[in-house]
Design a protein around this ligand. Structure first.
Ligand code: HEC
Length: 148
């Protein structure tokens, strides 16, 4: 039953901007999971960034497929910052300023969904604006909550 509930939540999460729920037995697993999700979305975000900067040619289809991966994968890491899951490069402040961290993760999911909207618009200017906004959102969270 619990599994079914989690599965339904995951499906709902896939279709909207709410974090997908995962559970972890120990902090190390949560650290691996969130670092993995961050690393994967980051590779796809880099593609969009390179296009926005003109380092790789703009291709609307490539932009859209990458934006969709970024938006989907960025729903994943947040539940891995749950109670007792300190570790990795996550600053302890995350667990002290949970409202701020949640706000930044919500902003991130919105900015990532906006990447998809911009990629669907099919023009480079829309993509540039959305990439710029998303990139600032990455930085604002890392500046506060990720150790160097
Ligand atoms: C709401 C906060 C937040 C946002 C937004 C965020 N990150 Fe992170 N990110 C973190 C934290 C915290 C860590 C450290 C996780 C750990 O080590 O446990 C991290 C780690 C990473 C890592 C290192 C993964 C590894 O293997 O160690 C990369 C790469 C990364 N983020 C890229 C990005 C990019 C690109 C964006 C924007 C598209 C982004 N992040 C948005 C909080 C955030």
């Amino acid at each position: 039953m619990k599994r079914l509930v989690l599965f339904s939540l995951a499906l709902a999460a896939a279709a909207s901007s709410i974090p997908a729920v995962a559970q972890f037995d120990k902090a190390d697993d949560a650290v691996d999971y969130r670092q993995g999700a961050m690393a994967v979305q980051s590779h796809h975000f880099d593609m969009l960034f390179a296009m926005a900067k003109g380092r790789v040619p703009y291709d609307a289809n490539v932009a859209l497929s990458n934006a969709e991966v970024v938006a989907f994968v960025l729903k994943l890491p947040w539940t891995a910052f749950g109670p007792g899951m300190q570790g990795g490069k996550a600053k302890p402040d995350i667990w002290k300023e949970q409202a701020k961290f949640k706000q930044l993760s919500d902003d991130m999911m919105a900015a990532a969904d906006n990447l998809v909207v911009a990629a669907k618009a099919g023009n480079l200017d829309a993509l540039k604006a959305a990439v710029g906004k998303a990139d600032k959102t990455c930085d604002s969270c890392h500046d506060s909550f990720r150790a160097k």
